[in-house]
Design a protein around this ligand. Structure first.
Ligand code: EPS
Length: 401
């Protein structure tokens, strides 16, 4: 229903994305879109590239007078670094005379853990640059642009999305420390690692400094929380309609993410059922839904949202570009050689959290349209209100009976 594709190389001219399936009649806030792009650029541990870029989206299609028309929305984000890369990244067969920047040597020594080796084998590239330019996490800027529009659609119906960083390397929020939506949402945008615990954040920064000095990289974990999510998104009736599966795919496909958790995540395997499942209590007099005293399920039961806050965690491996490189092989000579060193970040977990928000917002918006669908926001609002009223009535009648 809702879908997007991206294109663009890390040091090419621009990133582009087409978001298809957005309903007509949504008032867009372009500043809010660009604020999301800015958020993704931040975080302690980023490299020099982020000082060059200042991401802004240009809307090329699908919006008129500030409102969506129902047509596909085309977005473009220019790479400012392009001026330094034209001699290496030009599209034309011959290098244009006016091409700026310097011509870089071919990349021949794959970095373990990156797409370098498999990409070179799969697509038959001699210069690994043909792989790494597209495998780069730069692409996530386009995802955040698309996701931020999905987020604006959700916002129209009171659904909000936030995130926080819960671990950097082995500096981890204590077990049982639940960060509420409001707490995550209140984290200052200039917080270096967007961690809800400022003391722990200092330790996380020190962990990154140590890795940087050692020529190493670090990973970590983040949690995305969505609040105001109505019950009934997704379904248990078919494997590809289960929302937990769809969310897992959307978060797992963010660069360097190696595991995804819903609610308490992998912890479910180590506890008895009585400390995993969330009890169901009668609706309080001022509410129109049964009370759930805990939310270990992370807002999903049977692959369907249950009205509680949605909680999705992503676990990120350390970045594959090490300044003190691992052993590798030169693909041209097949001799031992240290892996290539490319300019890179030491840690990008806070950025991944923002990308996680975008991907979760996209999946939620898609599921929302599936359930309450319509061609215009007005039509969707009618379906949404009718369903909300039906649920309200169901629990009101039982409470007063
Ligand atoms: C990345 C390497 C670095 C990061 C980049 C992801 O880029 P560069 O080689 O140009 O320094 O900065 O992230 C971004 C450009 C971005 O916008 O997030 C990589 O190899 O994945």
């Amino acid at each position: 229903m809702l879908r997007f594709l991206t294109a663009g190389e890390s040091h090419g001219q621009a990133l582009v994305t087409t978001l298809d399936g957005m309903p007509a009649g949504l008032d867009l806030d372009i500043d809010a879109l660009n604020a999301q792009l800015r958020r993704r650029q931040g975080g302690y541990g980023r490299g020099r590239r982020m000082a060059i870029e200042s991401d802004r989206a240009e809307i090329l299609a699908g919006v008129r007078h500030g409102r969506t028309t129902g047509a596909p929305i085309a977005l473009l984000i220019r790479n400012r670094d392009w001026v330094n890369w034209q001699q290496t990244m030009h599209v034309e067969r011959e290098m244009p005379e006016e091409a700026s920047g310097t011509k870089r040597a071919e990349v021949t020594r794959p970095r373990p853990g990156h797409a370098d080796l498999v990409g070179a084998i799969k697509y038959g590239h001699e210069d690994i640059r043909d792989v790494l330019e597209r495998a780069s996490a730069r692409e996530t800027a386009a995802r955040v642009a698309a996701g931020s529009l999905a987020r604006q659609l959700l916002g129209r119906f009171g659904i909000r999305v936030a995130s926080h960083v819960s671990a950097i390397g082995d500096v981890v929020l204590p077990a049982g420390r639940t960060v509420s939506f409001d707490e995550a949402n209140a984290i200052a945008e200039d917080a270096p690692l967007r961690c809800a615990d400022t003391r722990l954040q200092q330790q996380m920064m020190a962990f990154i400094d140590t890795a940087r000095e050692a020529g190493d990289t670090v990973g970590g974990a983040f949690e995305v929380i969505a609040t105001g999510v109505p019950p009934g998104l997704g379904s248990y009736v078919q494997w590809d309609r289960k929302l937990d599966g769809r969310l897992a795919q959307a978060v797992m496909c963010i660069h360097a993410i190696k595991a995804v958790g819903i609610g308490i995540g992998p912890e479910v395997a180590f506890r008895p059922g009585s400390r995993v499942h969330d009890e169901i209590l009668p609706p309080p007099s001022d509410a129109h839904a049964p009370l759930r005293p805990t939310n270990r399920a992370g807002g999903l039961e049977g692959g369907v949202t249950n009205g509680e806050d949605l909680r999705v965690s992503g676990f990120m491996k350390p970045l594959a570009t090490l300044m003190k490189p691992l052993r590798s092989v030169d693909l041209h000579t097949l001799a031992d050689a240290p892996a290539a060193i490319e300019r890179s970040d030491v840690c990008a977990v806070p950025a991944a959290a923002v990308v996680g928000e975008a991907m979760v917002a996209f999946v939620l918006a898609d599921a929302f349209l599936e359930k309450f669908g319509g061609d215009s926001v007005e039509e969707i609002a009618r379906h949404y209100e009718a369903t909300a009223e039906q649920v309200r009535r169901r629990f009101t009648s039982r409470t007063t009976a």
